[in-house]
Design a protein around this ligand. Structure first.
Ligand code: IPM
Ligand code: MG
Length: 358
């Protein structure tokens, strides 16, 4: 059966890193894996060409494929536009439209790069952490939101943090299942001492947890979790949290790995249809210069094989190819520390391809 992939390069460094992901997919296609891909528009380029960050043509293609690979969205040129025309809106609409509520953000510290992290090598070497971020609820989507004037004429803006029991339950189950396949430990991150949504979140986590007696559930306030991630990240295995806290903690955890250019992600719905994208943004300052690290994008292709196509063998080949280029000393600028020579985006992609072919 042909696996149909929609590729959405997006803005900034998106197209450059996506080009390297395509090289990797071509390796498998050449080996006879039945992959078929097409390219679509999202983000700022979609606003320019179609007048909307998530145009109808992309919406249809997204519904008619098996998996989506996305580069990045966001561009300075579109920053002043109204909220519904911001490039980021395209990504949020895509996530919501396909109900991609479960966002898996693994942080793996490659042995070869432990020295590239600003943290002490001992505290991060061997780290393998999964942040599970709820992706279609919370203050990102809660209504009402907007701006208004108060009765005394002051302008104000407001967003609504919102979670329903079914939304929490389904992400909780994914968290417990993931913990069960890993170390059997799940840490739920909330702000239960302050927020109503977090009180409900914690209640539901505990309730769902009774179906998983083999998993040990703990709870941590998000401010403490932010600190513990730096103090002793290896205490965690799977962290499950809401959309906003997950956004922040996953960028923080990228620094444990050494660079945000290394972290892939998978966003899944209940049918394991997936959107695969690096957790980093469009990095407009790096765009077009061959400076971007394509590894997060390439590792996202690996996650696609693992979670949507059920080809763990191919995912493992991608992971080991990435490890081998790092072991060979190849570095993009973001992970090159003093004295190490950096190579271009395309050269890094080519190196992964030749590791895969050898
Ligand atoms: C991410 C990004 C997005 C988010 C932006 C680009 C809308 O920061 O995927 O983490 O906030 O979810
Ligand atoms: Mg983010």
């Amino acid at each position: 059966m042909t696996q149909r992939i929609l590729i959405l390069p997006g803005d900034g460094i998106g197209p450059e890193i996506v080009a390297e992901a395509i090289k990797v997919m071509q390796v498998f296609k050449d080996e006879g894996i039945d992959l078929d891909w097409s390219i679509g528009l999202i983000g700022g380029v979609a606003v320019d060409e179609e007048g909307a960050p998530y145009p109808e043509s992309t919406r249809q293609a997204a519904h008619n494929c098996d998996a989506i690979l996305l580069g990045a969205v966001g561009s300075p040129k579109h920053e002043g536009l109204p909220r519904n025309l911001r490039p980021e809106r395209g990504l949020l609409d895509l996530r919501k439209d396909l109900d991609l509520f479960a966002n898996l953000r693994p942080t793996i510290v490659f042995e070869e790069l432990a020295h590239a992290s600003p943290l002490k090598k001992d505290s991060i070497a061997g780290l393998d952490l999964l942040i599970l971020r709820e992706l279609t609820g919370d203050i990102y989507f809660g209504q009402p939101r907007g701006r208004r004037r108060t009765s005394d004429g002051a302008e104000e803006a407001f967003d609504t943090m919102h979670y329903s029991v079914p939304e929490i339950e389904r992400i909780a189950r994914i968290g417990f299942e993931a913990a069960r396949r890993r170390s059997g430990r799940l840490c739920s991150v909330d702000k239960e001492n302050v927020l109503e949504t977090s009180r409900l979140w914690r209640e539901v986590m505990i309730r769902v947890g009774s179906d998983y007696p083999d998993v040990s559930l703990s709870h941590m306030y998000v401010d403490n979790a932010a600190m513990q991630l730096l103090r002793n990240p290896k205490q965690f295995d799977v962290l499950v949290t809401g959309n906003m806290f997950g956004d922040i903690l996953s960028d923080e955890s990228a620094m444990l790995a050494g660079s945000i250019g290394l972290l892939p992600s998978a966003s899944l719905n209940a049918r394991s249809k997936g959107l695969y994208e690096p957790i980093h943004g469009s990095a407009p300052d790096l765009a077009g210069k061959g400076l971007a690290n394509p590894l997060a994008m390439i590792l996202s292709v690996g996650m696609m094989f693992r979670y949507t196509f059920d080809r763990i063998d191919l995912a493992q080949r991608i992971d080991s190819a990435v490890r081998s280029v790092l072991a060979a000393g190849l570095r993009s600028p973001d992970i090159a520390v003093s004295g190490e020579k950096a190579i271009t985006t395309a050269a890094m992609g080519d190196a992964v391809v030749s590791a895969l072919r050898s």
